[in-house]
Write a new protein. Structure first.
Length: 391
């Protein structure tokens, strides 16, 4: 699946797909009298950006992104989306939604607001909650649903600027990482509250800020730590075996980060390309012994937080670069960049070296770009979006 800016030639096929969505009478307020000219005016005629998702030339869906209001309201964006009927349940909506967040940040919007999300559109609501949106208002009986009659419309909003970090955030992050290092698992809220002598509510608020700022990942709907890079609380395909304990890592980059933080002498257990053949990577004195191995990154790091779990899972080891093309074709995954494992180890040391500091702060985009440059990961693949925010 490829996402690209909309072109003039896309208008007619997009209208054909959009018209089928309108006929369902379940998500948009347009009625059967809506014309292609109406669609063009509302979709393309109000400024902003329009993007489409396609696969082998087949249009799968689209979004339009613009300011919600002009003038004093122009710092808040709004967007509309649709997925072609035949392309549903293929992850198209999530890709469009995640990319629109990236584009909204790049355009300088401080928040994204959806003015009308139909309350019966449960799949869309699940998606937007997963992408960090909250329901901030309800308009009772505001939409005439074709099958269900009068139903509510909801207003959704997501802030795009992270909440300012506080000193407690760094201490909570340090305590989480220290627990992984010393005990092999993450602390719960009560343990953090006891360790830091803070009320439960303050700990929960700090965890939420860290989650929104990509400092860690919480289990959906809870304050339990799922991932605090480079550690994972749940099983993954990468296991770091230290002298006295072991850890799951989301990917090989993270596994080398675990070694940098907790286990200078270790064995990293993985599988070549995540497939059949087991691989044991020995680390002695903080250095990888077999430096002939390669690490393949399918997707540029700027897309990591579109779906961080899938992104990490696609970072895989290989013995030879010529094996990567067949692997990508076999799994319909993009061919990205192969990096020598010693270079990935340098990246892991620089990236995770401060993760046990009490004053830890998430790298900004500029700082993250500087780390890539310092370990000689340069070029378009490693380019991060230009935005003053945590990466």
């Amino acid at each position: 699946m490829n996402l690209r800016p909309m072109e003039a030639a896309d208008l007619e096929p997009l209208w054909v797909e959009f018209r089928e969505v309108l006929r369902e009478g379940a998500t948009y307020a347009y009625d059967d009298a809506t014309t292609q000219s109406d669609f063009e005016r509302d979709w393309c005629g109000r400024g902003g950006e329009q993007w489409v998702a396609e696969d082998a030339g087949e249009l799968l869906g689209a979004f339009t992104l613009r300011a919600n209001h002009p003038g004093r309201g122009s710092h808040v964006g709004t967007a509309s989306y649709f997925v072609a009927q035949r392309a549903r349940r293929r992850g198209v909506g999530e890709r469009l939604g995640a990319h629109s967040l990236e584009r909204a940040r790049a355009l300088g919007f401080e928040a994204l607001q959806f003015n009308v999300v139909i309350s019966t559109n449960t799949s869309a609501l699940r998606l937007w909650r997963r992408l960090g949106f909250e329901v901030v208002g309800e308009l009772p009986r505001a939409f005439r649903h074709a099958q269900q009659g009068l139903v509510s419309a909801l207003i959704l909003r997501r802030d795009l600027l992270p909440a300012p970090a506080t000193p407690l955030d760094g201490l909570v992050h340090q305590a989480v990482i220290a627990s992984f290092v010393e005990r092999g698992f993450a602390p719960d809220v009560e343990q953090l509250a006891g360790t830091l002598a803070q009320p439960r509510q303050a700990i929960e608020a700090a965890l939420e800020r860290l989650h929104r700022g990509h400092g860690l990942v919480l289990h959906p709907g809870s304050h339990s730590v799922w991932i605090a890079h480079p550690f994972s609380s749940t099983p993954t395909g990468v296991w770091v075996e230290g002298a006295t304990r072991g850890w799951w890592a989301p990917c090989l980059w993270c596994a080398l980060g675990v070694c940098a933080l907790a286990a200078p002498d270790a064995r990293i257990h993985a599988r070549i390309g995540g497939e059949r053949d087991a691989l044991c990577i020995e680390v002695r004195g903080g250095e990888v012994v077999d430096r002939s191995l390669l690490v393949h990154f399918c997707t540029p790091p700027r897309h990591a937080w579109d779906n961080v779990h899938a992104w990490c899972a696609s970072v895989q080891p290989f013995e030879r670069e010529e094996h990567v093309d067949a692997w990508c074709a076999r799994h319909a995954l993009p061919r990205g960049k192969c990096v020598p494992i010693a270079q990935v180890q340098r990246l892991a040391r620089a990236w995770y070296g401060r993760h046990l500091d009490a004053d830890w702060r998430k790298w900004s985009v500029a700082q993250a770009q500087a780390i890539f440059d310092a370990v000689e990961l340069r070029g378009e693949f490693w380019r991060l979006p230009s935005a003053d925010q945590p990466f």
